[in-house]
Design a binder for this molecule. Structure first.
Ligand SMILES: O=C(O)CCC(=O)C(=O)O
Ligand SMILES: [Fe+2]
Length: 355
């Protein structure tokens, strides 16, 4: 069976869409990174960190209402935060410090871990970069399992700790993803049999992404991460509590900030859960705005089914006879959907929509 990494080999990237600029060497936002101000998506037009006191629901996973609250949040917004999630705060601090250790290296050291043109792991610009004609104020490091090969290039004698932390974090995030997914299925009244749960879990596609948004001389002109939805089932994001920047798009309200909450992790619905829920859960559109004062680091963990798994509206949700419940998407393998998204970005969902 193909791995998630192999699903990306069909869409090789040019080096200009892999190597980030050397953020240490720029004193102003270069043309290549300056987003048009007339554009609807312009960061300046939408820049509004203080005006709106909207906040996404925070759910205590130990609470007896956690299932109901998580399901409801998926339905209403596609995003929520969780506390009492069981991830030790020491591990969150450690992963931040390892991410910091990597991103504060000089550019010539970071490129030793550069993603290969047809690869999915390693250091580089965001994978969505080729869909935009301006570059983002962002650099990332993607892992699928052990980062050993890349880490050894960067620190020939000091890679062990980095690898240990990244592997430990992925193990714990996998368990948390399974727990959250089981809660969500329960909320939907879906039995584990209906989604072939043991198979879904057995070879899950997962990825870990360290994100860095260096301090930006003019954040109003720059875009940290352009608007997108996440591809797999669920994303769990750790953002440092002092670092704002994540925004979600809300119908009728525009861009609203997701303020970090100390110790909480952000969970959002991705395209595959949107498809499986037959569009009951929105795949939340989100983006990141850089800051003038803070170098922001975040850690995203993406969880999805195995590459050969067929993703489609869950049978139990489409069984009733009413039009409302008829399947809205055709079913597609994870591998095909990942490739379709790599080639078409936000058009991918509509390409499998049948009503
Ligand atoms: O860094 C963030 O706040 C969001 C990251 C994100 O959306 C992603 O990695 O897909
Ligand atoms: Fe995302």
């Amino acid at each position: 069976m193909a791995t998630l990494s192999e699903a990306y080999t069909e869409t090789p990237l040019h080096l200009q869409h892999i190597i980030p600029i050397d953020f240490d060497s720029v004193e102003e936002v270069p043309q290549s990174h300056s987003w048009p101000q007339s554009d609807d998506e312009s960061p300046r037009r939408m820049f509004n960190l203080d005006g709106d006191h909207f906040s996404i629901p925070a759910i205590d996973l130990d609470s007896p209402d956690a299932i109901e609250m998580a399901g409801h949040a998926c339905k209403i917004m596609g995003i929520f935060q969780v506390t009492n999630h069981g991830i030790p705060s020491s591990l969150l601090r450690e992963i931040e410090s390892q991410a910091w250790r990597f991103f504060t290296l000089p550019a010539r050291a970071k490129v030793k871990a550069l993603r290969s043109p047809s690869g999915a792991t390693g250091y580089g610009v965001a994978r969505i970069a080729p869909f935009f004609n301006k570059f983002m104020w962002h650099e990332g490091f993607t892992m699928m399992g052990s980062p050993l090969e890349h880490a050894r290039e960067v620190w020939p004698h000091g890679y062990r700790k980095f690898c240990e932390v990244m592997e430990d974090y992925q193990d714990k995030m996998k368990a948390l993803s399974e727990r959250l997914l089981a809660m969500i299925l329960k909320y939907l009244g879906i039995s584990e049999h209906d989604v072939d749960w043991p198979r879904l879990r057995s070879n899950a596609c997962t990825a870990l992404q360290l994100n860095s948004y260096p301090r930006c001389p003019d954040p109003g002109q720059a875009m940290g991460l352009a608007p997108h939805t996440d591809t797999l089932l669920l994303t769990i994001l750790h953002q440092n509590h002092s670092a704002h920047g994540l925004q979600v798009h809300r119908e009728g309200r525009g861009w609203v900030p997701v303020f970090p909450m100390n110790g909480a992790l952000v969970v959002n619905v991705g395209d595959m859960l949107h498809i499986m829920s037959n569009a009951m859960f929105p795949s939340v559109v989100h983006r990141v705005i850089p800051s003038e004062n803070t170098h922001r680091l975040t850690v995203g963990y993406f969880y999805g089914p195995p590459t050969d798994f067929h993703v489609g509206p869950i049978h139990g949700l489409t069984q009733t006879s009413g039009q409302e419940d008829a399947a809205r998407f055709r079913s597609i393998t994870v591998k095909d959907y990942v490739q379709m998204k790599a080639k078409n970005l936000d058009k991918a969902l509509s390409m499998i929509r049948i009503r």
